[in-house]
Design a protein around this ligand. Structure first.
Ligand code: C5P
Length: 410
C-alpha cells in the first residue's frame, strides 16, 4: 500500500468487535498505517478472543486500547482518560467489524466498554461496518438499529453477500480492505476543495466493433483516469466515471457509466457534462472505426481482408461546441499521447480543442503512459505555462491534475 495524501497524519480510531471478521480489521489497520494514517485500535473483550491486541499493536505501531478502567496507555493522548484522549484527537472513528451486539449498544447509547464509551465522546464522523453470520443482519432488530444509527448521521457500510464461516450464505460479510478504505476516503474528503462540484472523468481505450465478437482497441488500461477519479473523490467532488474498462475496481463513491465505442462515449460525455464543473478526458479515444459493423461473425475466406475505416467523432470538439453555447463544463482537460514532438503537438491540441489544461504523455517510454503504474507527463495550460512531472505514480499525477482543476475553478 502506498501513501495516500488524504490519509497522511489523519487520526483514525479503529473499533474492533468480536467477529471472525476481526482478522480483516488487522489488514485494515495495517493498510491505513501504511497509507500514512495514525491508527488507534480499540478492542472489545470479545474481539480479543479472535485476534490478539499485540497483532494490532505490531501493525499500527501504537498502543492498543482495551480496558476502560485503565488510566494510562501511553501513545501521547491529550488526556490520561483513554476515551476522552482518543476522542479529542480523532478525525474519524471506524467500527469494523461491528457485531449485532455493539450495533445495538451504539444505537441505544449504551457505554459499558471502551469502544462504546469512546463512540459517545467523539466529535468526528462515525463509520460502522456491520459483520455477522447467517441472516442475523436481516433481523428486524438489527435493521432497526442500523436505521437509528444512519438517521443520526453515522456512515453505515452495507455488508457484502457471500459465504459465512458457518457455511451459510447471505448478507453480512465485512467488505474487503480496499472497499473499506474507499469509504473512509469518501468521508475524510467530504469537505475538500471540490465539494459541491461535479466532475466527469473518462478512462480507457474505446472499443470499435467489427462484428459481434471482435473490436479494435488500443493499449490504454484506464489506470490514469481511475486515479484521477479517486483524486477528485478525495477532494470531495461528485464523480461520474465514463469508462470502457471492466477490470479495475470502481472507486467508492464514483458513479460509473460503462461505454464501448467512441460514439457511445461521446453521447455519455455530452449528457453528463451538461451540469458539470469539469471534464477530464483521460480516455484513449479511437481515431477510426469500422465503416460498418458486420451483423454476423466475419468468416475467413480470402487470404487478406480489407476493412474500410472511418473517422470517429472528436468528443472534445463536440464538448467545445456545447460549452460555447451553455458554458458547461466550466473546465476541460485533455490528454495527448505523443510519440514525437511532444510539446509542440500538445500545444497545438490545447488550442484547437479549446482546453484549459492538456496533459501530454510520451508513449515511447515503458515506465510511463499506457498500462504502467507510473507516468511522466508535461502539463500545458492556456497561458503558455508548462509544468513537467518526472516519473511518479499515476495517483500522484491524478492528484496534481485535480489540484490544478481546483485552482482553475476557484
Ligand atoms: O486523439 P488526440 O491526440 O487528438 O486526443 C487528444 C485528446 O482528445 C484526448 O483527451 C482524447 O481523449 C480526446 N479525443 C476525443 N475524441 C477523439 C479522439 C481523442 O475527445 N475522437
Amino acid at each position: 500500500m502506498s501513501a495516500i495524501a488524504l490519509l497522511r497524519d489523519k487520526r483514525i480510531i479503529l473499533g474492533v468487535c468480536g467477529s471472525i471478521a476481526a482478522y480483516k480489521a488487522a489488514d485494515l489497520a495495517s493498510k491505513l498505517t501504511q497509507a500514512g494514517a495514525s491508527v488507534d485500535v480499540v478492542m472489545t473483550e470479545a474481539a480479543q478472543r479472535f485476534v490478539s491486541p499485540l497483532t494490532f499493536q505490531a501493525l499500527s505501531g501504537r498502543p492498543v486500547y482495551t480496558d476502560m478502567w485503565r488510566a494510562e496507555f501511553g501513545g501521547g493522548l491529550p488526556s490520561h482518560i483513554a476515551h476522552i484522549g482518543l476522542a479529542e484527537r480523532a478525525d474519524l472513528m471506524v467500527v469494523a467489524p461491528a457485531t449485532a451486539n455493539t450495533l445495538a449498544k451504539l444505537a441505544g447509547g449504551l457505554a459499558d466498554d471502551l469502544l462504546t464509551v469512546t463512540a459517545l465522546a467523539i466529535a468526528c464522523p462515525l463509520m460502522i461496518a456491520p459483520a455477522m453470520d447467517g441472516g442475523m443482519y436481516d433481523h428486524p432488530a438489527v435493521q432497526a438499529n442500523r436505521e437509528i444509527l444512519s438517521s443520526r448521521g453515522a456512515h453505515v457500510i452495507e455488508p457484502e453477500s457471500g459465504r459465512f464461516a458457518s457455511g451459510l450464505v447471505g448478507a453480512g460479510r465485512l467488505p474487503e480492505t480496499a472497499a473499506l478504505i474507499g469509504h473512509i476516503r469518501r468521508v475524510l474528503g467530504r469537505d475538500g476543495e471540490l465539494a459541491g462540484h461535479k466532475l466527469v472523468v473518462t478512462a480507457g481505450g474505446t472499443r470499435e466493433a467489427l462484428d459481434p465478437v471482435r473490436f479494435i482497441t488500443n493499449r490504454s488500461t484506464g489506470k490514469q483516469g481511475y486515479a484521477i477519479a479517486q483524486a477528485a473523490l478525495d477532494a470531495g467532488a461528485e464523480v461520474v466515471l465514463i469508462s470502457t474498462t471492466a477490470h479495475l475496481p470502481t472507486p467508492v463513491g464514483a458513479r460509473k457509466v460503462t461505454v464501448g465505442s467512441a460514439e457511445s462515449m461521446k453521447d455519455a460525455v455530452l449528457a453528463h457534462v451538461a451540469d458539470s464543473s469539469a471534464l477530464i478526458m483521460a480516455a484513449a479515444v479511437a481515431d477510426y472505426t469500422p465503416r460498418t459493423v458486420s451483423e454476423q461473425k466475419i468468416k475467413k475466406s480470402d487470404k487478406s481482408l480489407t476493412l474500410p475505416l472511418t473517422r470517429t467523432p472528436d468528443i472534445l470538439m463536440a464538448v467545445k461546441a456545447q460549452r460555447a453555447q451553455t458554458g458547461y463544463p466550466m473546465i476541460v482537460v485533455g490528454f495527448a499521447a505523443e510519440s514525437e514532438n511532444l510539446v509542440e503537438n500538445a500545444s497545438g491540441k490545447l488550442q484547437s480543442k479549446g482546453l484549459d489544461l492538456l496533459v501530454a504523455n510520451d508513449i515511447t517510454a515503458d515506465d510511463a503512459g499506457f498500462a504502467a503504474d507510473t507516468n511522466r507527463v508535461v502539463v500545458l495550460d492556456m497561458d503558455g505555462g508548462l509544468h513537467s512531472i518526472e516519473r511518479t505514480s499515476k495517483d500522484n499525477i491524478g492528484a496534481y491534475i485535480i489540484e490544478r482543476v481546483g485552482g482553475l475553478l476557484e
